[in-house]
Design a protein around this ligand. Structure first.
Ligand SMILES: Cc1cc2nc3c(=O)[nH]c(=O)nc-3n(C[C@H](O)[C@H](O)[C@H](O)COP(=O)(O)OP(=O)(O)OC[C@H]3O[C@@H](n4cnc5c(N)ncnc54)[C@H](O)[C@@H]3O)c2cc1C
Length: 119
C-alpha cells in the first residue's frame, strides 16, 4: 500500500491518501500493514454497488461457489440467483451494465429450460 501511494501513476492526477481520523488505526503506526488492515475494516464500503456475495463457480473445484454456470443454486432444485451477487469478481466499473446482462442471460436460461420441459 505504501509503495502504491508513492508511485508515479498514483500521484499523477493529484491523488493522495486520505489520512485516517480513527485513533484506533493511528495507534498501530501510520503506514504499517496493521494500520492498513485496521483502516480497511473501518472505511471500506460498497459505494452502493454490492456484488459477488453469491458467486458463480465450478462446484467441483470451488467450495465457495453458490451458483453454477446456469445460475442454479448448489443443492437446491429449481432455484436460480440472477443478479449482481453472482459475479465471481467485480467488474472495474459501475456494475449496472454487467448486472443487466446477467439478467438477460438468466432469462434466456429459464426460457431454454421451459422450452425443453414437457409442461
Ligand atoms: C444510489 C445508487 C446509485 C447507483 N448508480 C449506478 C450507476 O450510476 N451506474 C451503475 O452502473 N450502477 C449504479 N448502481 C448500481 C446498480 O443499481 C446495481 O448494480 C443493480 O441495481 C444491482 O442489481 P441487482 O439485481 O443485483 O439488485 P437490485 O437492483 O437491488 O434488485 C434486487 C431486487 O430484489 C428485491 N428483493 C430483495 N429482497 C427480496 C425478497 N426477500 N423477496 C423478494 N424480492 C426481494 C428488491 O426489492 C429488488 O427489486 C447504483 C446503485 C445505487 C444504490
Amino acid at each position: 500500500m505504501k509503495s502504491l501511494a508513492v508511485s508515479s501513476n498514483w500521484r499523477a492526477p493529484r491523488q493522495k491518501t486520505i489520512p485516517s481520523s480513527d485513533q484506533e488505526c493511528i495507534k498501530l503506526g501510520r503506514g504499517s500493514d496493521d494500520y492498513y488492515r485496521c483502516y480497511i475494516r473501518y472505511f471500506v464500503n460498497t459505494c452502493y454497488h454490492p456484488a459477488g456475495t453469491c458467486k458463480m463457480g465450478n462446484f467441483a473445484t470451488d467450495p465457495k461457489a453458490v451458483v453454477d454456470n446456469e445460475l442454479k443454486v448448489r443443492g437446491i432444485k429449481s432455484l436460480r440467483v440472477i443478479d449482481a451477487s453472482i459475479m465471481p469478481n467485480t467488474v472495474s466499473a459501475n456494475i449496472n451494465a454487467a448486472t443487466l446482462m446477467i439478467g438477460e442471460k438468466g432469462a434466456d436460461l429459464i426460457k431454454e429450460t421451459y422450452a425443453k420441459s414437457t409442461v
